[in-house]
Every structure is written in structure tokens, then in C-alpha cells.
Design a protein around this ligand. Structure first.
Ligand code: PHE
Length: 345
């Protein structure tokens, strides 16, 4: 079923690269979601990503209580493609975003950062997270990482554990958010096992005193908590069979390949915290600072609220005897249905 409001696929005027913008929903307000610049075997794989990720943004905003809908941009680079003018690429993105007339605003994501948002802002105002000197809320990854830490504290509380000290935590992915997490988790005294597809990231593992392993080894290790912080689609039925962790909570988007995986995790007794809740910190922070004009401290307090949101979802899932995946979906449905019709188009 096609559940999106609008999908734009345009060859960038300057680069000819496929710029894909998916607006999933504006029911709660302007759609927001990051701009992912990534290599794909086929641009259609980029489209699939944009469709899934924009829907995840609708869920993320709805559960986090934001008055925003969900959208996402993907620039699908062909395999091995080297971008010669990043500025041209970003202006191509800006023009497509601008053509949507404010129904969607973009933000950083995998492959982009605040400096890129500043370039996009040269051609459209519909962009979050430009550097603070330019009036934006800056890098969204510390906010996302802080939200994950809040979620992990809720997971510990739910499991009846006092905190992360001495817990065996497997962290998969040391990108922007993952690198912050490695440092925060090490500071909490967790016993850390980490992996990344980029061997150069081992330096960070050494710096924080983490054990460096292969991605498969981290995922299947005996762990208290597995923290997926790499690209999505990690949890498949096949992979779940080999898991030896008590809980899974991390910022990677779209972790679960299909609803049956959520059922399987539940059946196996592995607690899974829905990524739409865990990963919302960056969006919550940007929203608070840029739209509510709150101070960084106030915005951080909102991000910390992820712990409460997650606890509520875990508790009602337990009462219903079902996976938190389905409970979270119920929360989203209730919020979207409660929104008055014809809002914020
Ligand atoms: N790209 C991040 C996310 O998907 C951060 C972000 C989104 C920041 C939307 C602001 C607005 O959550």
C-alpha cells in the first residue's frame, strides 16, 4: 500500500544525481527528516530507503510528541561515485526541498553535517541544524546520542538493573552518533565491545578502552545490551536466531526487517526498544532549540524525556503481552488519529 503523501525523484540540475525526497506525512505538521548521502548499488535501493526512513520519521516525531510529520532525502550515489562538487550536490538537494514549498524541511543524516546544511540554506530556508553561528541548532548527533543514553537507562530500569556500570554492551557502528556513544558508555563504566566496517575506527576503540571485534562477533556476543548504531535492516529472522543478548536498544533507523522479527525477538525473550523512540534525540533537540526557541539546557531536558516515553511503551507492551514494536505503533496511530483534520498543510 502506498502510504506516502508525496515522493519527488529528480535528476539534480547540476550533478545529474538522483535526488529523492519522500514526504510520508504532514498530518502533525511540517515533515522533517535528514538528508542521507550514500552509495547504493541501484538508485531504486535509495528510493526504498527514502520511503522507509520518511515513514520512520513520522513515527519518531509522533511518539516524541513533536508537531512534525516525517520526510527524508536520499541522494543515491552510484557505486564508487566520487562527488566532485559537494556544493553543487547540496544546491541540487536545496532546490528540490524548496520546490516542496515548506511541506518538508531537511536536516543532517548519514553522510551530511551542519556545514552542509549551511550550504543548503543558501537556497532554501527549509533546513534544520545549520551551525550555531548561523542561528541553527548545530550538530544533531550529540542530541541523538544523549537520547540513546536516556533510553538505555530506561532499559536498565526495566530489567531491574541499577545502571550501565559493569554491563556488557555491544556497540555496532562508530559513525557520528556511535562515536559519541562509545565515549558516553565508557564514561558510565560499561564493558564495551565495538565494531565498525571502517578499520580506521579501531583507534577510537583503543582510546575508550573497548574491545575491537568484527561486526558479526559483536552482534552475536553474549551481551546485556546490543546497541545498533550503523545502517538499518540489521535484525532479520536468521540473525535473531543467533543472538545472545538480553536487550537491544540503539539509534540505527529501521532495525527490524519485518514485523515477524519483532514477534520473534519477543518470543525469544529479547527486549527490543523501538528505534523510533531511541533515536529521536537529534530531532527533539533541534525542534526545541529552533522552533520553541529554548535554551540548550531546556532542549537537553526534553531529550532526557525519551527515558519516560520508552518506559511507558515497555510497560504497556508488557501488560499487553506483546512486542514493544506493536505497542509503539498503537501510540503513533492514536496520536495521528487524534490530530484534527486539515492541520498544517
Ligand atoms: N537525521 C536525524 C534523524 O533522523 C536528526 C534530525 C532529524 C534532526 C530531523 C532534526 C530534524 O533523527
Amino acid at each position: 500500500m502506498f502510504s506516502h503523501e508525496e515522493v519527488v525523484i529528480r535528476a539534480g540540475e547540476r550533478t545529474g544525481l538522483p535526488v529523492l525526497v519522500a514526504v510520508h506525512s504532514t498530518t502533525l505538521g511540517q515533515a522533517v527528516g535528514g538528508c542521507r548521502v550514500n552509495h547504493y548499488a541501484d538508485w531504486r535501493d535509495g528510493l526504498t530507503d527514502a520511503l522507509r526512513l520518511s515513514q520512520a520519521m513520522t513515527y519518531k516525531c509522533a511518539i516524541a510528541g513533536l508537531d512534525n510529520g516525517g520526510g527524508k532525502t536520499v541522494v543515491a550515489l552510484p557505486p564508487g561515485h566520487v562527488v566532485d562538487s559537494r556544493r553543487d550536490l547540496l544546491h541540487d538537494v536545496a532546490d528540490v526541498v524548496h520546490s516542496l514549498g515548506g511541506r518538508y524541511a531537511t536536516a543532517p543524516d548519514v553522510g551530511t553535517g551542519p556545514e552542509d546544511m549551511a550550504v543548503i540554506k543558501e537556497r532554501t530556508p527549509h533546513v534544520f541544524c545549520t551551525p550555531t553561528e548561523l542561528g541553527g541548532s548545530g550538530d544533531s548527533s550529540p542530541g541523538t546520542a544523549a537520547g540513546v543514553m536516556a533510553a538505555l537507562s530506561a532499559v536498565c530500569a526495566y530489567l531491574g538493573k541499577s545502571g550501565l556500570k559493569g554491563r556488557r554492551v555491544g556497540l555496532l557502528g562508530l559513525g557520528h552518533v556511535g562515536a559519541h556513544l562509545a565515549r558516553l558508555l565508557a564514561a558510565e563504566g560499561a564493558e564495551l565491545l565495538v565494531a565498525d566496517v571502517d578499520p580506521a575506527k579501531q583507534a577510537l576503540a583503543d582510546e575508550v578502552g573497548a574491545t575491537w571485534l568484527g561486526p558479526d562477533e559483536v552482534v552475536t556476543a553474549e551481551l546485556d545490551i546490543l546497541v545498533p548504531a550503523a545502517l538499518g535492516g540489521l535484525l532479520t529472522e536468521e540473525l535473531v536466531q543467533g543472538l545472545r543478548c538480553v536487550a537491544i536498544a540503539g539509534p540505527a533507523n529501521n532495525q527490524i526487517a519485518s514485523p515477524s522479527v519483532a514477534r520473534m525477538l519477543h518470543g525469544k525473550g529479547v527486549l527490543w526498544a523501538p528505534d523510533d523512540i531511541v533515536s529521536a534525540g537529534g530531532a527533539i533537540y533541534a525542534h526545541a532549540v529552533e522552533l520553541r526557541h529554548e535554551t540548550p539546557a531546556q532542549a537537553r531536558a526534553r531529550v532526557a524525556g525519551i527515558a519516560d516515553t520508552l518506559s511507558r511503551v515497555l510497560d504497556s507492551a508488557e501488560q499487553a503481552g506483546e512486542s514493544p514494536y506493536f505497542t509503539a505503533q498503537e501510540f503513533v496511530r492514536a496520536r495521528l488519529e487524534g490530530a484534527s483534520h486539515g492541520l498544517a498543510r
